[in-house]
Design a protein. Structure first.
Lengths: 308, 308
């Protein structure tokens, strides 16, 4: 059996014209190949007012705030950051195949909880947004189990329901949500979670999505899972202390992390999705033909480096 | 705003008859409540010939082999286990939001690779199975982005395509697949991977699923991600050495890990799925109404303990 494989590889190496043509036809371009050819205008530099640097002992996590989707949360999070609320708080909960959550370990204890300073204690839910023609929406044609329509809206995976006039951000891998108490208005951004497993889309429309991790998921996803119910750490020493959280806008330009995100309304992004949807090469012989909104990663690059 | 929440909680505590009735109506049962009422016959004890104990420094991972779906792979893996092939091999690759893979770190180097002993070097692909009325299939009514039909088949999330007469296991969280080279027949079970992120359903029908992790995913999912392309560890010391891999059947009965899995054709399993699909309580006010096959966890329990 190995013999046959070796023969195929050997023939491919010989690159006989007809075989090479066949290979070309069969091979879908890779994301890397497509990104190498992307036009510079297809990359955007996120607004530094919406970029959050969370510095952990293992490195930097960068979050882009969803200003258009949860403006009140974005504003409150900015206030908390600027008043250094998050510095010295911690990763308090890691529930396998679900979320990594951070904030004040004593946040639930009124006597010990850190002051929110001038930030608000409660906020309007911002779980959904009224559907409006001004909301960009590049619809994904593949369908979805949870929502009538899914697609991308200016860098965020989103869903909409035209019948009910609503749009919302989907809880895909890397989504940053606002932890809250039972009441819909009890979230304020002082405790946030990132999705680290199979997209828990049942959270959609029940919690506010405040943004999306655009760098550093491998840090947030690899912390030991907590032993208490819901993944809370049972011993204080298990918590990972957050060094600092800063807004890129407050960091001198020369010290900012160079990062750009591929525009989700660009031709290259559409091509990247299609290449994954119909991936066919020597290894993947059977293309899926479809793709789930949460199986699509939005490419980022360091613009100071040549290759993305 | 907090005041309103407190009032709601206070009223609930008072448990006025009408309010209690309302609460009862609104509250879907939790998985825990449903499992507490499950009949003993709804739980099955996996065949010890199909149960793999992989002992890592962080604890035991238990895999149930998919005997009915990839019998040649199951047989080869049993041979490898019985000849102690895996003992001393390692976790060699962790790619974020994708897979944790283990096997012989020198497996790709013919000169240094560990001998497979009497196990086979190549196997028939077993990526799909011919659709047959004898294959149990509890269809999920929610639809699926990737396959015409999805459901559960004797403990495994599966898909089928009646038009093309095929059935296959889906790459959901915890699925254990057979790593292979380019050729479809180059997999033999000596290197396996577990899905640790958003279900990469494009792998379906392109790789053999050999089983499913039924205990220990929090161990496999929390290893540091590797720095090389595809998440391979760049330094040998980053690899986690596997202590031993044993078949439960080869372990004296008294020393086996007590574990039972909820039957996927049971009424309780259907109720657990429905409770998650339509979850509505004080926290989740808007039920999703739908559920993705890969958002469903199959409950397990320690039958020596009272509560599951």
């Amino acid at each position: 059996m190995l013999h046959r494989t070796c023969l195929a590889i050997a023939l491919a190496t010989l690159a006989l014209p007809t075989l090479a043509d066949e290979a070309k036809k069969a091979h879908t371009p890779t994301a890397k190949e497509l990104l190498a050819k992307a036009s510079p205008v297809e990359w955007r530099t996120p607004d530094p007012q919406n970029l959050v640097y969370m510095d952990l002992p293992q490195g930097r996590v960068i979050i882009e705030l969803a200003q258009d989707w949860s403006p009140e949360h974005a504003a409150n999070i900015r206030t908390l950051i600027r008043e250094h609320y998050f510095d010295g708080t911690a990763v308090i909960r890691v529930q396998d195949n679900f979320v990594t959550q951070w904030g004040d370990p004593d946040g639930d204890d009124k006597a010990k909880a850190k002051s929110l300073g001038t930030a608000k204690q409660t906020l309007p839910p911002e779980f959904t947004r009224k559907l409006d023609k001004s909301i960009p929406f590049a619809k994904l044609p593949d369908g979805d189990v949870y929502a009538p329509e899914v697609g991308f809206s200016d860098g965020f995976p989103a869903a909409r329901d035209t019948a009910h006039g609503q749009a919302w951000l989907t809880h895909c891998y890397g989504a940053v949500g606002v932890a809250r108490d039972v009441g819909a208005e009890t979230g304020n951004g002082s405790s946030l979670y990132a999705i680290i497993g199979q997209a828990p889309r049942n959270l959609d429309r029940n919690l506010a999505v405040a943004g999306r991790v655009i760098q550093g998921m491998p840090i947030l996803s690899a912390y030991p899972r907590g032993g208490e119910p819901m993944g809370f750490y049972d011993k204080p020493e298990q918590r990972v202390t957050i060094k600092t959280v800063r807004l890129a806008a407050d960091v001198p330009e020369a010290e900012r992390t160079p990062i750009q995100v591929l525009r989700t309304d660009s031709k290259t992004f559409t091509a990247v999705i299609d290449a994954k949807r119909n991936r066919k090469d020597d290894f993947y012989t059977l293309p899926a033909g479809k793709i789930d909104i949460c199986n699509i990663s939005i490419p980022v690059r360091d613009p100071t480096k040549k290759a993305p």
